[in-house]
Write a protein that binds this ligand. Structure first.
Ligand code: ADP
Ligand code: MG
Length: 240
């Protein structure tokens, strides 16, 4: 579903992604870890073309992301993204936040969008907050709204960039639980996170990045018990 083939990316002279090869199949959950600045966010952002690649090829569902003829809106409609900071619209209610894109981009009627928004709010466990404003919610609740908003577009792929890093510890679990449920339903997910419990429970593969390269790919049990790369060992010894 997502194929990086010898992808390189530069920011000016800075070589941020180096010879990235990675294939993610439908229904797979891939967790990306690595030190700060190793290129995790950049790699994720290339998938929905928030960043452009410099060379190599990147395809999503067989569609070339780099191709100038590719309809970017169509590509992005199929890919939900959840960020560290929730990026909700502060002056819109929870329900309005979720209804906006389906109405604007998918052309849903207000009634239809509302029904779907309510369905996803129930799914993430905060149906009772539909008419609240983001500032009235906890961080964990806001992040669950952000996930519901992504899901309301009915995407085939969900990208998560450190979705729990900005949360107080007691709220991390509720967000991870929503993500676990999604994973168990077969959503294709690429998740940048250092949450080992999540990775062990639902990841099909761990991808370890360092200085713009994928240094190691392994199943979680193997990776955490016995990372092959010295730098992965060092990294794990620092975060665990
Ligand atoms: P990570 O998510 O692993 O922390 P990033 O992908 O955010 O890493 O960043 C990788 C490197 O690229 C960092 O050194 C960062 O400073 C640099 N970088 C990120 N975005 C830009 C940009 N827009 N312009 C120039 N350099 C950038
Ligand atoms: Mg990052």
């Amino acid at each position: 579903m997502i194929v990086f083939d010898e992808v390189n990316k530069f920011y000016g002279d800075f070589h941020v992604l180096k010879d990235i090869n990675l294939t993610i199949n439908k229904g797979e959950v891939v967790v990306v870890i690595g030190p700060s600045g190793s290129g995790k966010s950049t790699m994720l952002r290339c998938i929905n073309r928030l960043e452009t690649i410099s060379d190599g090829s990147l395809t999503v569902n067989g569609i070339s992301v780099g191709d100038k003829k590719t309809d970017i809106n169509k590509l992005r409609r199929n890919i939900g993204m959840v960020f560290q900071h929730f990026h909700l619209y502060p002056h819109k209610t929870v329900l309005q936040n979720i209804m906006l894109a389906p109405m604007k981009v998918l052309g849903q009627s207000e009634a239809e969008a509302k029904k779907i928004a309510q369905k996803y709010l129930e799914k993430v466990g905060i149906a009772n907050k539909a008419n609240s404003y983001p500032s009235q919610l906890s961080g964990g609740q806001q992040q669950r709204v952000a996930i519901a908003r992504g899901l309301a577009m009915n995407p085939e792929i969900m990208l998560f960039d450190e979705p729990t890093s900005a949360l107080d510890p007691e709220m991390i679990g509720e967000v991870l639980d929503v993500m676990k449920a999604l994973a168990h339903e077969g959503m294709t997910m690429v998740v940048v996170t250092h949450e080992m419990g999540f990775a062990r429970e639902v990841a099909d593969r761990i991808v370890f990045m360092d200085e713009g390269r994928i240094l190691e790919e392994a199943i979680p049990a193997e990776f955490y018990a016995n990372p092959r790369e010295e730098r992965a060992r060092l990294f794990l010894s620092r975060i665990l």
